[in-house]
Design a protein around this ligand. Structure first.
Ligand SMILES: Nc1ncnc2c1ncn2[C@@H]1O[C@H](COP(=O)(O)OP(=O)(O)OP(=O)(O)O)[C@@H](O)[C@H]1O
Length: 687
């Protein structure tokens, strides 16, 4: 494969030219169009700002996230190298990683007689890269867009302890400790992706969306619900959940995992805050706030769209966006772990080893068809679908540049290179009956096109008028069994007057026979369409039945005990993100938490608002079902979102269209407390 590489020096006006911005991204982000790979170079040290390479080419324009997913059947891998931290600087350590450009990085040789290691990745973030750079150039935006389109997407951070995984995903530890500053530039990928997600949803006015979120951690091989960490007894560790195999979907899932319906950006941010508050963190030699568990934050995105303008049938897609923050691998000697922290480290290392084996086997064409040990850890069970299933995956490999961490950095980069070779088969997740409707509709469309084509070939008008005879040789196609050969119809217009009366009669008869055949064909198409409509009716009835079932299940459930300990920010953030290219710009106006022009742009379900103001759609449901719906006061609501909004107290809105969310959630929390669930859990680790 030819190597086309480029260094990015983006200078589009308005991108990062504001005062106080940190220069063009070109200094901080390297990009290469090649596959990542490792090679060994003679022990030369590249320059830290290696722009003097003939292959480097300045890239003026957007390095959008979309183009970073050309080969989305591969796991997309990017690398982020953090700056040297204070401890390392105080020890006088220097950086052993250099960036010669073209998406390359060089790791200085560990000894005189050893050669320097070279790696190349599609995207490489230097220590100076900002959190916004990571969102814009890692392909994370594309992941958000694909999740909205119905794909299961996963973004995970991998690397040794203290390499910057949590920093990349959620920002520095102080950010969420008290009431978080929503406008901080330190916010990580999760926060920024949430803001972008609502931007994308806002733009798709023709769809209804239903968002839900869950947040879990895998701590010492136990799955804990971070949104509903129920303690069996005070002082006892929270109850763990089971990971089970779903035969139908052929995937693992966590049983009884709590999911929270999120109507606004603030709801998602509350989920993030609550999870971060509850996750296990401890201090050791290499990281003061080290994650002691793997966490998976999932946003489930259900979208509904009309199958056609005038159709009563809705197509729903089920996208998913997973953010996985892995606990870092650690050498227990280096971290001086003992007691509880040592037990945690052993469990972390064990599950990461299984993950490493899975990645290694999947990237090897000979081994990938054999046994992949997903079942050996909870982490790999839950990541199996992202690694080799129908999902799209972005891996952010985090590395430390310090000399003392060279062997760990090498390991991380080798894993990253291997992961890049894994192939997946991304598919949109859809209701099977709905995909059947789509394929039947496609078939009808093709048949109609074929019919039109045949008519055009025979030059038959819409009302079957006698065609003019052309010079052309008609093509073949359509139902040739029933229709007479049209070869004979190709008579030169000029020669018409030469034909005898019998020949003219014969020609006319052939045309009439053709006409009859086409009419038959059209009749067939109409019959097929009627059959499709009958199918649709059946599906509508089935949907109504399922919705009633859902209603029953939901009436026995209550909502999450999440209380946002802050005012709402959704409107401000969305207004900003729409008006600015940077997702979280830090202007004085925004620090005042105001949108400036006083206009708020809160996302509400457009279809729901429409429906509130219009009469309900005429349903094709039989009377018996209609009666049942009436009994349950559900009549007239015709999609999931509408029904759920009618059903849940959180869906109710005040006159200005904005729902009194925090009060509703507080009420829910009180109800859950009365029901005996624990509102939170005490810190588990030695933080
Ligand atoms: N790119 C960066 N810029 C500035 N500071 C960073 C960066 N990456 C990491 N840090 C800082 O380094 C410290 C360790 O980072 P972090 O906690 O994210 O590491 P980690 O890989 O998640 O570690 P662990 O696996 O132990 O949880 C934190 O104080 C963090 O803020």
């Amino acid at each position: 494969m030819g190597v086309i590489t480029e260094r990015v020096s983006r200078s589009r006006s308005g991108d990062r030219t504001k005062p106080g911005s940190r220069g063009s991204t070109g200094d901080r982000v390297h990009r290469s169009a090649t596959f990542s790979g490792e090679s060994t170079l003679p022990g030369s040290r590249g320059s830290n700002r290696g722009s003097a390479n003939s292959l480097n080419k300045s890239h003026n324009g957007s390095l959008g996230s979309l183009d970073d997913f050309d080969d989305c059947d591969n796991i997309n891998v990017v690398v982020r190298v953090r700056p040297l931290n204070e401890k390392e600087q105080n020890r006088g350590e220097d950086s052993i990683i250099t960036f010669p450009g073209q998406g390359q990085m060089l790791l200085e040789p560990q000894a005189e007689n050893i050669k320097a290691k070279q790696f190349r990745f599609n995207i490489l973030f230097e220590p100076e890269a900002t959190q916004e750079d990571v969102l814009s150039h890692s392909g994370a935006k594309r992941m958000v867009e694909m999740a909205v389109e119905g794909y299961p997407c996963t973004i995970f951070c991998y690397g040794q302890t203290g390499s910057g995984k949590t920093h990349t995903l959620t920002g520095p530890p102080h950010l969420f400790r008290k009431a978080p500053d929503m406008y901080s530039e330190d916010h990580g990928l999760v926060f920024r992706s949430f803001v972008y997600l609502f931007q994308v949803i806002n733009e798709q006015k023709d769809k209804d969306f239903l968002l839900k979120a869950s947040y879990l951690e895998i701590y010492n091989e136990k799955v804990i619900d971070l949104l509903n960490p129920v303690q069996p007894e005070p002082g006892k560790p929270p109850r763990s959940l089971m990971v089970r195999w779903n035969k139908k979907k052929r995937a693992f899932f966590v049983e009884n995992l709590f999911t929270v319906e999120c109507e606004e950006l603030d709801d998602l941010l509350a989920v993030l805050e609550e999870g971060l508050r509850n996750r296990a963190v401890a201090s050791h030699n290499m990281n003061e706030f080290s994650s002691r568990s793997h966490t998976i934050l999932t946003v489930y995105i259900t979208s509904e769209q009309k199958a056609a303008e005038d159709s009563d049938v809705y197509i729903s897609k089920l996208g998913k966006l997973n953010f996985v923050d892995l606990a870092g691998s650690e050498m227990t000697k280096k971290t001086n772990s003992e007691g509880k922290t040592l037990e945690e480290a052993n469990n972390i290392n064990k599950s990461l080893m299984v993950l490493g084996t899975c990645i290694s086997n999947l990237s090897d064409p000979k081994k990938k068809t054999g046994h992949i040990p997903y079942r050996d850890s909870k982490l790999t069970k839950l990541l199996a679908d992202s690694l080799a299933g129908s999902g799209v995956t972005l891996m952010i490999a985090c590395a430390s540049p310090a000399r003392s961490n060279i062997s760990e950095s090498l390991n991380t980069l080798r894993y990253a290179s291997r992961a890049k070779r894994i192939k997946t088969k991304p598919i949109v997740v859809m209701d099977p009956r709905e995909s059947l409707i789509i394929s039947l509709k496609r078939e009808v469309h093709i048949l109609q096109q074929e019919n039109d084509q045949l008519k055009a070939l025979l030059n038959i008008g819409a009302h079957g008028e006698v065609p003019a005879i052309t010079n052309g040789t008609p093509g073949t196609g359509g139902d040739a069994r029933r229709r007479p050969s049209i070869a004979k119809l190709a008579v030169d217009k000029e020669r018409l007057h030469e034909l005898k009366t019998e020949e003219l009669i014969e020609l006319l008869q052939e045309y009439m026979a053709n006409n009859t055949a086409l009419r038959d064909e059209n009749l067939d198409l109409h019959t097929l369409r009627d059959a499709l409509m009958r199918d649709q009716d059946v599906i509508i009835k089935e949907n109504e039945r399922l919705l009633r079932k859902l209603e029953e299940i939901n009436s026995t459930c209550s909502r999450s005990p999440i209380v946002p300990a802050r005012p709402t920010y959704s409107a401000d953030l969305q207004v900003q993100s729409l008006s600015q290219p940077s997702t979280l710009p830090n202007t004085p106006e925004r620090n005042g938490h105001g949108s400036g022009d006083g206009q708020v742009n809160v996302w509400t379900n457009p279809r729901y608002e429409e429906k509130k103001n219009s009469s309900p759609r005429k349903s094709k449901v039989p009377k018996s079902v209609d009666k049942e719906l009436e009994k349950r006061q559900m009549k007239g609501s015709d999609n999931i979102k509408g029904k759920i909004q009618q059903r849940t107290p959180s869906g109710t809105r005040s006159a200005d269209g904005k729902k009194p969310k925090s009060q509703a959630i507080k009420n829910d929390l009180a109800a859950r407390r009365r029901a005996g669930a624990s509102p939170g859990r005490p810190p588990r680790a030695n933080q």
